[in-house]
Design a protein around this ligand. Sequence first.
Ligand SMILES: Nc1ncnc2c1ncn2[C@@H]1O[C@H](COP(=O)(O)OP(=O)(O)O)[C@@H](O)[C@H]1O
Ligand SMILES: O=C(O)[C@H](O)[C@@H](O)[C@H](O)[C@H](O)COP(=O)(O)O
Length: 172
Amino acid sequence: MGVSGSGKSTVAQMLAKSLGCMFVEADDFHSRKNKEKMRNGVPLSDTDRFPWLEALRDAIRKNINDCEMVTLTCSALQKKYRDILRTADQDYKPGNYTNCRVKFVCLEAPVEVIADRMKRRSEEGMHFMPLSLLQSQLDLLQIDEAEGIAKADATMSLEAIVDRVLVLLRTA
Ligand SMILES: Nc1ncnc2c1ncn2[C@@H]1O[C@H](COP(=O)(O)OP(=O)(O)O)[C@@H](O)[C@H]1O
Ligand SMILES: O=C(O)[C@H](O)[C@@H](O)[C@H](O)[C@H](O)COP(=O)(O)O
């Protein structure tokens, strides 16, 4: 999890390779309408987000039910969004974060680093998310202490981040 440009897709793909598991890219689950909205610089509303998050939850659940690991990218900026993803684990009891099989790692970097990455990515025509939406992402990002979400320094090399996430997941 983390704001756009923090490195979720790149890290989660490498992590999946390292764990030998499937990788699910949340951007692939957006409707055309959602992507068009973001491309036009309009942040999604919760009405836009909920069906997307439910589809992601179902994708995670399918893997959990098959006893498979999966890495998934999702900004998951607010607790209410993460709570939807947590229910992929059908044994999850609300608030019992420690036992939930859905684990989050938040990628964190200074705003200038993220802005630079987003700018480069959209200039290369690689992504629908414009730099103008970064502030709305930062405004939404909120983590409750009680969730115990692990955080990783996203300014490190990609290899160092993946190693760090593997350690964090072992103790999560
Ligand atoms: N640790 C890193 N060091 C250098 N560049 C990175 C790092 N993480 C991501 N990037 C680059 O930043 C851009 C955004 O990364 P991406 O994985 O698409 O982020 P997100 O999925 O969070 O939006 C990409 O061009 C990616 O190559
Ligand atoms: O990787 C990214 O750049 C972001 O994750 C982005 O693609 C994501 O789909 C949006 O952030 C929409 O979701 P929110 O508005 O809920 O962050």
